[in-house]
Design a protein. Structure first.
Length: 365
């Protein structure tokens, strides 16, 4: 199997959802985004490793960013990195990707220079940001994000930067994009990533708790009248649902921004629109599934939308992807409740200012 076919065959093994929407793309954009996703998945595997000490995660993450930035002696450095990351635990498919990351780099080297630079910037930011948050990790107790600002900062590193990369790649293949459309896409690109990430955080609360980490801000927990210990023990269903509702409100706000991002893509670029629509619709369906879910916080069950729901999204949206009004109607019909609102507290400019104050280049290894 050649390197490109290895990448194609590996994608659905490490992510069913993104294998669907990446497959709808064609040409250089398809190749670039597939490679970028496999890079992101590689460092995700390092961050998620349950048996790996935070100090080793920081080392591996920063070394990967250095390898990606520097082409000099890359092959030997990558061989060493691959050998060192044999310590990483994860699913068989994720570990296979780590062992064969050289094959992904081989395809990366064949990409357009402009695409390479966008991927390098995004993936390095992601790796450095993950390392920055790993230094906050306390192996002795559940580690909490403090507030909404810290939640936004974390989500920017693991997803928002990817949203910016996608925006740049889309704009690079859309000639004569109206200035107003480009402005709207750039304004909402980070929210696109944050919306998908906060959806994952909402559905994985119990799973993350078992790993000793919580992405639910302490301020959300305390605002419900619970202590972090009470929240994570599932002591009060009523209080837990208040916390989840606040998190879902924020998620819906970002997902609505993501819809604006998607609708700014010209209608003639149906494949790019569908690439955005499919995970976005699935995320909102997940929010609907989570809302008022009394069982979520008291069980280890993995919250997933049904295959029937996924099939419906894939079958119906291609027929309406050309119409902004039909897409808005379809999207709003998913969440048929007045009990969730779109939070209006996200300010991209304020987030950018805060990010400037984080010393990513001086993270101790």
């Amino acid at each position: 199997m050649d390197d490109w076919n290895y990448c194609i065959s590996t994608l659905p093994k490490v992510s069913r959802t993104f294998a669907l929407n990446i497959s709808v793309l064609k040409g250089d954009l398809h190749k670039s985004i597939l490679v970028a996703y496999l890079f992101c998945r590689t460092i995700d595997t390092v961050e998620d490793a349950c048996k790996l000490e935070p100090s080793r995660k920081i080392e591996f993450l920063l070394n990967f960013a250095s390898i990606l930035k520097n082409t000099k002696n890359r092959n030997s450095a990558l061989d060493q990195w691959t050998e060192q990351t044999s310590l990483v635990d994860g699913s068989p498919s994720d570990i296979d990707l780590l062992k064969n990351i050289q094959r992904v780099f081989n395809i990366f080297d064949s990409l357009q220079e402009v695409h390479q630079q966008k991927i390098i910037s995004s993936v390095c930011t992601m790796a450095q940001g993950m390392a920055y948050f790993q230094k906050k990790f306390d192996v002795e107790k559940i580690t909490l994000l403090e507030d909404v600002k810290e939640l936004e900062e974390y989500c920017y590193f693991v997803a928002g930067a990817v949203g910016e990369m996608l925006c740049d790649l889309f704009i690079s293949v859309i000639p004569n994009l109206p200035e107003s459309n480009e402005k709207k896409m750039r304004k909402n690109a980070v929210s696109f990533g944050l919306g998908l990430q906060t959806t994952n955080i909402s559905k994985d609360i119990v799973v993350d708790r078992s790993r000793g980490w919580s992405y639910v801000p302490r301020t959300y927990i305390e605002a419900s009248g619970a202590t972090p210990e009470e929240f994570h023990s599932g002591k009060s269903t009523e209080q837990n649902l208040k916390v989840l509702k606040n998190l879902l409100n924020k998620t819906v706000g970002h997902l609505n921004d993501a819809l604006d991002f998607t609708l700014a893509i010209p209608r003639s670029y149906a494949r790019i629109r569908l690439f955005c629509i499919w995970p976005l619709w699935m995320a909102m369906e997940t929010v609907a599934e989570l809302h008022n879910n009394h069982d979520l916080l008291n069980s280890g069950a993995n919250v997933k939308i049904s295959r029937i729901t996924v099939r419906r999204i894939l079958q119906r949206t291609p027929f309406i992807c050309w119409s902004n009004s039909l897409l808005r109607r379809s999207f709003s019909n998913i969440l048929k409740t007045e009990n969730l609102e779109s939070a209006c507290d996200f300010n991209i400019e304020q987030l950018k200012e805060r990010l400037k104050g984080l010393s990513l280049d001086s993270i101790p290894r």
